[in-house]
Ligand binder design. Structure first.
Ligand SMILES: NC(=O)c1ccc[n+]([C@@H]2O[C@H](COP(=O)([O-])OP(=O)(O)OC[C@H]3O[C@@H](n4cnc5c(N)ncnc54)[C@H](O)[C@@H]3O)[C@@H](O)[C@H]2O)c1
Length: 271
């Protein structure tokens, strides 16, 4: 099968997929899905962000719409699914990619709103969206739900706070439980656990020296590119991956199998 037909006939909703060339993993997932023949609903919080990715997809000949909305708001999240189905007649793939790191502070200094903001986007959003998408997927007897968690779900985030680690571990628990519930209906539910990934945001906020230091703590000696995350999402979204459900795939250059020498890792990361 040609790579451009891998997702032919499928409709994907990708949250946090905006900002086009300046976007992160979500924008890369939109591009890779568009190249594979999917019609793509691109969500983000501003029209400027969604349109940047829609323009990129259209330039490569893919069909796309922009959907402005906040995944942490129940009504807004539900309307993303409704508008996708209204426009394209179905929803085959839901990628819960939108996520925030939140305020980085020790637990004793975290305010209630710091905790709640991260849980709202990283955990409640995927719940609202999956709950809204599953009835459509059940009717089709086909669905792919892909949750972008984090390596922090398996270990501990060294760059974010406890609320980030907690939200991503909970997203992984939600993934496992939902997989057991819905796989009988032809719907797979999986998580991707990116390690350090060189998204434009990460590039903008770290110096080349800091990036070098972090890379030394990774067996592959580098961070992942957004496309390397996107191609794992493409595999999970494909028809051929129908028996893969309830798994978490680390994309981390082997960090997750490092021996747990936290002192050495902290020295390397300068923490
Ligand atoms: N970059 C990394 O190293 C890394 C590592 C592990 C996991 N992750 C996870 O991968 C995902 C993507 O990360 P990224 O680095 O590409 O981030 P990013 O900040 O570049 O992109 C996230 C996108 O989500 C959008 N967004 C934020 N809140 C939203 C909301 N409430 N509703 C809709 N959209 C919203 C943002 O506007 C942005 O475009 C996140 O879930 C993040 O936690 C990133």
């Amino acid at each position: 099968m040609a790579e451009s037909e891998r997702l032919a006939g499928m409709v994907a909703l990708v949250t946090g997929g905006g900002r086009g060339a300046d976007g992160g993993m979500g924008a890369a997932i939109c591009r890779v899905f568009g190249q594979a023949g999917a019609r793509v609903a691109v969500n983000d919080v501003t029209a400027e962000a969604t349109e940047a990715t829609v323009r990129q997809l259209e330039a490569m000949g893919a069909e796309a719409i922009g959907l402005v909305g906040d995944v942490s708001n129940r009504q807004s999240a539900e309307s993303l699914v409704a508008r996708t189905v209204e426009r394209f007649g179905r929803i085959d793939i839901l990628v819960n990619n939108a996520g925030i790191g939140g305020r980085r502070a020790p637990v004793v200094e975290l305010r209630d709103e710091d905790w709640e903001a991260v849980l709202a986007v990283n955990l409640h959003g995927p719940f609202f969206l999956a709950r809204a998408a599953i009835p459509h997927m059940r009717q089709q007897r086909f669905g792919r739900i892909i949750n972008i968690a984090s390596l922090a779900a398996l270990r501990v985030s060294l760059l974010g706070g406890a609320q980030y680690t907690a939200s991503k571990e909970a997203l992984w628990g939600f993934t496992r439980h939902l997989a057991v519930e819905v796989t009988q209906h032809g719907i797979t539910v999986n998580a991707i656990m990116p390690g350090y990934t060189l998204t434009p945001l990460v590039m903008a906020h770290t110096s080349p020296e800091a990036r070098d230091r972090i890379a030394q703590g990774i067996p592959s000696l580098r961070g992942a590119t957004p496309e390397e995350i996107a191609y794992v999402a493409l595999f999970l979204a494909s028809r051929e991956a129908g028996q893969v459900s309830g798994v978490a795939i680390p994309v981390d250059g082997a960090v997750s199998v490092l021996p747990g020498d936290i002192t050495k890792r902290r020295q390397i990361l300068g923490g």
